[in-house]
Design a protein around this ligand. Structure first.
Ligand SMILES: N[C@@H](CCC(=O)N[C@@H](CS)C(=O)NCC(=O)O)C(=O)O
Length: 227
């Protein structure tokens, strides 16, 4: 049995699960995955076996249970200091943590209007000004990091050079921007492309494509047909 078990929701839809999974992959440690599909009659009972909040992801490591995606990422960063999940430099690390926390606690309009969907594209879906403002804020965060910490980013395609916790936190947003063909600044688009090209992201997408579950609230076309 692997030392770590990561309980996840649908790979097609669960952005929080993707964040924890990407960080886990970066550690290089073997882990077991349990995928619990959302919106089934036994979803809550199944999730509660792993997560006291009845939400996924959750990481099980011996007696330790960590729920909340960002707490999982922090735990992994502590266990695997060489994985480069956070920058070495204290100022860069504080900035990265603030940007990660802003993602974790914010962007509600964007998250609601443009749900993560790894399987289908919905180009041209309408969104309101509140969503537009959050899209601009995400791009400003990405731009600002590269400007303030050019040494951390170097020539790497990711926000702080190599793939870090910050990229794990923003990867689902990058995926949403691609799914809904959101028009972006050139540098932001290059970042989205780099995230989508990442082999771990491709592995996750391939697994999402094999999932049988279709949940209408995360499929804008089906939602439109219902209304
Ligand atoms: N703040 C939590 C959010 C977790 C969350 O909302 N997870 C969703 C899946 S993306 C969930 O488990 N929902 C349970 C349900 O809908 O039954 C985190 O960062 O981990």
């Amino acid at each position: 049995m692997a030392e770590f078990t990561l309980a996840l929701a649908n790979k097609a839809y669960s952005s929080w699960s993707l964040r924890a999974w990407l960080a886990m992959k970066r550690t290089g440690a073997p882990f077991e995955e349990v995928v619990i599909p959302l919106r089934q009659s036994d979803t809550r009972t199944e999730i509660l076996k792993y997560s006291p909040s009845a939400k996924l992801p959750a990481l099980i490591h011996g007696d330790v249970r960590v729920w909340e995606s960002l707490a999982i990422i922090e735990y992994l960063a502590e266990l695997f200091p060489d994985a480069g999940l956070w920058p070495q430099d204290a100022a860069a690390r504080a900035h990265a943590r603030a940007a990660a926390q802003e993602m974790h606690g914010g962007f509600l309009a964007l998250r609601r209007a443009l749900p993560m969907n790894m399987r289908h594209g919905f180009p041209g879906l309408d969104y309101d000004d509140a969503v537009g403002a959050e899209i601009n804020r995400v791009q400003a965060i990405w731009r600002d990091i590269r400007k303030r910490f050019p040494d951390a980013a170097g020539d790497g395609p990711f926000l702080m050079g190599g793939f870090s916790a910050l990229d794990a936190m923003y990867a689902p947003v990058a995926s949403r921007f691609a799914t809904y063909a959101v028009e972006l600044e050139r540098q932001a688009q290059a970042y989205v492309d780099a995230v989508l090209d990442d082999p771990d992201m491709q592995e996750w997408r391939a697994a999402a494509n094999k999932e049988p579950w279709i949940i209408p609230e995360f499929e804008p076309d089906e939602k439109a047909e219902e209304n």
